[in-house]
Every structure is written in structure tokens, then in C-alpha cells.
Design a binder for this molecule. Structure first.
Ligand SMILES: [Zn+2]
Length: 449
């Protein structure tokens, strides 16, 4: 039986008050809604998503390319990250730094990110500059120079980034868990790349990958803000030059190899880094993002575990004199989400593992989610979504990533899908996806620990 502290009732009260506030502020909420987003598919295959918001004279531009892990080979792991860096080196007619300057001249900056299912290039500019900014991004993405010299310069930069990532124990454990959840499958590779593949990647491999996958058929262009939607189609058609190559609209589909199912036998890693904390991580593979109901259910379940103070993880470890840092995260992914529980543990790995297994197992069996827990967890998932999509940049990102994962409609439906989840839906998702026997486990022991 789980005991709830007074804090739990206080949380219910605060959440209820917040809900009431949101209802009374309904008009404001609607003004910032993303429900009016529209999709146009252009003749060259570009998916153009537009959302007009005239309240601030800004336009967010977020250009996504559906190229990622599913397209990697053993040699090209991390190539999308490499290309992300090289796009910033400009076209044959530009020198490194020119691209940044072109956007800076419009009073903004160009940013980019690489994820498992796609890469994106984004900026927010004053309304009067949106066409110029889109033209700059279109030119950069359509005509990258890929000079050998720039490839040589960026290689150590990326290798340093990888080293930095690997000084974070949680990152090490998360990466290893993902690899175990997708055994023998490029989807399990780190999308930032491996030191070995980044070190060995040739100009030919980079250029070939780009020509095959950075086609207009794999592009989603998102515009959010204060612009004339009638001009958006013509501008987007004009600025992206079609690249011959793969004309299928999505990334490759992965057929997981048949093999033994993962289990809870811990994989142990030892790190030589001094001062690094020990860490235990358990992971489960969730549904493809397209299964919106199950995907949302796992998001809510992760919050039930992760709630501060009253979450199931916090309660499970609360009797310890110094409770460890215990977190639960769910990341939606196209081929199958990644559900992880990480607990800092310098000793007592076995008891921490048993505790996590117990807490997860209880959700589907003897201690299904309680109405109060479901309410709070939904509020957190929805609250985060509304907060993230309030700005033009945040809304553009959400529409873009949804389109990459499962179609842009996913973000329009997200709040209602979460709201409609019942206790039965959550129990069923826990039974289907969070089976303790299907967990993978990684223990990172601090050196000398
Ligand atoms: Zn990077």
C-alpha cells in the first residue's frame, strides 16, 4: 500500500486551482492554440505546415528533414549530425561564417538540432524578414559545399562534443539502454555519432548520404507567426531546390532482427572517470509514435513515477536516509518510444533494481494508478505541452517534430488524447509495454565504487 503525505493533497489543491485558472482564461488559451495549423503538400514533395498568429510581429521558421538513424549504416552512424555542422559552412559561393552573418543581419540567429528521426534548422525573425530568412535557409540546405577543409575542421569539434556527452553518467547509461532496446539495429545507435564513425567518415560518404536523403520529399517546412499564408506556398516552392535521390516521403522502415528478447540481466559498465557517480538504469521499449493513445499513456505513466515528492519513485526511495536522485523519462520515437528509469546509486545496485522493478510492476497489477495521480500527471503533460507551444518557436518545433514522428495532426490531437486517457488505458499500456521481464538494465559503477 502506498502512503501519501500531506503534500499530495496540497498538490491536488494547487492543480485544481491551476485548472480553474485555465478554464477562466479560456480565450487566451485559444489564442495560442495550434489547432489552426494547416498542411499543404507542394509539387516537389515538401510538406508545408503553416500556423498564422498575428499577435506578435515574429515568424518562426523550422525546416525538418526526415533523415536519421533508420538510414544509418554501421559506417554512417552520426552522419546527420556531421551534415548539420557542415550546412553552417555554407554553399560553394560562401565562406564559413557567411551563413550565420546573413541571418544575423536580419537580427536573429540560425540554430539546428539532430534527433533520432530527423534534423532541423530553425530561427525566429521579425515578420518583415521571414521570406529573406527562409531563402537563406533554403539556399544553405539545397547547395551545401561540403569542402574537404570544412570536413576536417568540424571533425575534432564533433569529437569533442561526443567526449563531453560521455562525461555525463546519465547520458552514458541512456545511450547504452537505447542500444539494448534496439539490438543489432541502427535505431539503437547514438544519433550524435560514435567516435569511430565520425573519425573515419569520408567526404564521399557524407555527400552520398546527403544526395540520397536530403530531398524535398523528406522535408517539412514549418512557419508559425505573423505572415501572409498566401505567400508561404510560393516562397517555399521557390527557395528549396529539389535534390535527386530518395523520393519516398519517410525514413526507411526498420525490421528488427529476430533474437532473444532483452531481459533484466544487468549489463555492467565501469567508468574510469574520477568523481563520476554510479548510476543504474532500466529501459523499456514503447509503442511507435503513430499509436498516439499508447504513446500518450506512457508519457502519463512516466509522470506518475516522476512527480516530485509524491511520485512513485520518490516514495519508493523516501525511506532512505539520503534518497537517491531517481527520474523517469519517456521519449516518443517513430519506431518505438524509449521509457527509462535512472537512479543514482553508488552502492546497493541490486536493491535499487528490485525497487524499480517492483514500482513498475505494481502499475499494471496490484497498485494501478489512482485518480489523483492520473489527474496530476495529465496536468503536467498538458501543462508542459501548452507552455512549449505558447511561443512561435515552440509551436513550430512541436508541429515539426510531430510531423516527423507521426504526422503533424499528432500535435493538434495531443491535449485531447491525453485528457481522454482512462485508468484502464494506463493499466493496459503498463501491461503491454512495461513488463518487468522485458526490461533492459545498465549499471554504471563509479571507479573504485
Ligand atoms: Zn554538434
Amino acid at each position: 500500500m502506498i502512503k501519501y503525505a500531506n503534500g499530495f493533497r496540497r498538490w491536488i489543491f494547487i492543480a485544481g486551482a491551476a485548472l480553474l485558472l485555465c478554464i477562466t482564461m479560456g480565450d487566451t488559451c485559444r489564442a495560442q492554440s495550434i489547432q489552426n495549423a494547416q498542411l499543404n503538400i507542394l509539387p516537389d514533395g515538401i510538406r508545408l505546415i503553416t500556423l498564422v498568429r498575428h499577435n506578435i510581429p515574429l515568424v518562426a521558421i523550422d525546416v525538418w528533414i526526415r533523415a536519421g538513424n533508420a538510414d544509418f549504416t554501421a559506417q554512417t552512424c552520426g552522419v546527420t549530425h556531421y551534415i548539420e555542422h557542415l550546412i553552417f559552412k555554407g554553399t560553394p559561393a560562401m565562406k564559413p561564417g557567411d551563413l550565420d552573418k546573413e541571418i544575423e543581419d536580419l537580427g536573429s540567429e540560425l540554430n539546428a538540432g539532430t534527433l533520432r528521426d530527423g534534423v532541423h534548422f530553425h530561427t525566429v525573425v521579425e515578420s518583415r524578414y521571414w521570406q529573406k530568412a527562409l531563402a537563406v535557409i533554403g539556399n544553405a540546405l539545397s547547395n551545401p559545399a561540403f569542402r574537404q577543409q570544412d570536413i576536417n575542421t568540424e571533425r575534432p569539434v564533433i569529437l569533442t562534443e561526443l567526449l563531453r556527452d560521455h562525461s555525463d553518467p546519465r547520458r552514458i547509461v541512456s545511450d547504452r539502454l537505447t542500444e539494448l532496446l534496439f539490438p543489432g539495429n541502427p535505431y539503437g545507435m547514438p544519433y550524435q555519432g560514435l567516435a569511430a564513425t565520425i573519425s573515419a567518415m569520408s567526404q564521399d560518404q557524407i555527400v552520398q548520404f546527403y544526395h540520397q536523403y536530403y530531398t524535398t520529399h523528406r522535408m517539412t517546412v514549418v512557419l508559425v507567426g505573423d505572415f501572409n499564408p498566401n505567400e508561404a506556398k510560393a516562397t517555399a516552392e521557390l527557395v528549396f531546390q529539389p535534390i535527386s535521390g530518395d523520393t519516398s516521403p519517410t525514413t526507411n522502415t526498420i525490421t528488427p532482427p529476430a533474437g532473444t528478447p532483452p531481459n533484466t540481466d544487468a549489463i555492467q559498465l565501469t567508468t574510469p572517470e574520477v568523481g563520476m557517480s554510479g548510476e543504474i538504469g532500466l529501459g523499456w521499449k514503447g509503442p511507435p509514435a503513430l499509436d498516439q493513445k499508447a504513446d500518450a499513456a506512457l508519457d502519463v505513466l512516466s509522470e506518475i513515477l516522476d512527480l516530485p515528492r509524491t511520485g512513485r519513485l520518490a516514495l519508493a526511495f523516501s525511506s532512505q536516509q539520503t534518497p537517491p536522485n531517481a527520474t523517469c523519462r519517456y521519449i516518443s520515437e517513430k519506431e518505438g518510444g524509449i521509457f527509462t528509469v535512472l537512479v543514482t546509486a553508488n552502492s546497493g545496485f541490486e536493491s535499487a533494481r528490485q525497487k524499480i522493478i517492483e514500482v513498475i510492476g505494481a502499475l499494471a497489477n496490484n497498485q494501478p494508478p489512482l485518480p489523483g495521480e492520473i489527474f496530476l500527471a495529465k496536468q503536467r503533460v498538458i501543462g508542459r505541452f501548452l507552455y512549449d507551444t505558447e511561443t512561435v518557436g515552440g509551436a513550430a518545433r512541436e508541429l515539426g517534430i510531430s510531423d516527423i514522428l507521426a504526422g503533424y495532426q499528432r500535435s493538434l490531437d495531443r491535449v485531447s488524447v491525453v485528457n481522454e486517457l482512462t485508468e484502464d488505458d494506463l493499466v493496459q499500456a503498463a501491461q503491454t509495454y512495461l513488463n518487468p521481464a522485458k526490461a533492459v538494465c545498465v549499471e554504471l559503477r563509479a571507479s573504485g565504487g
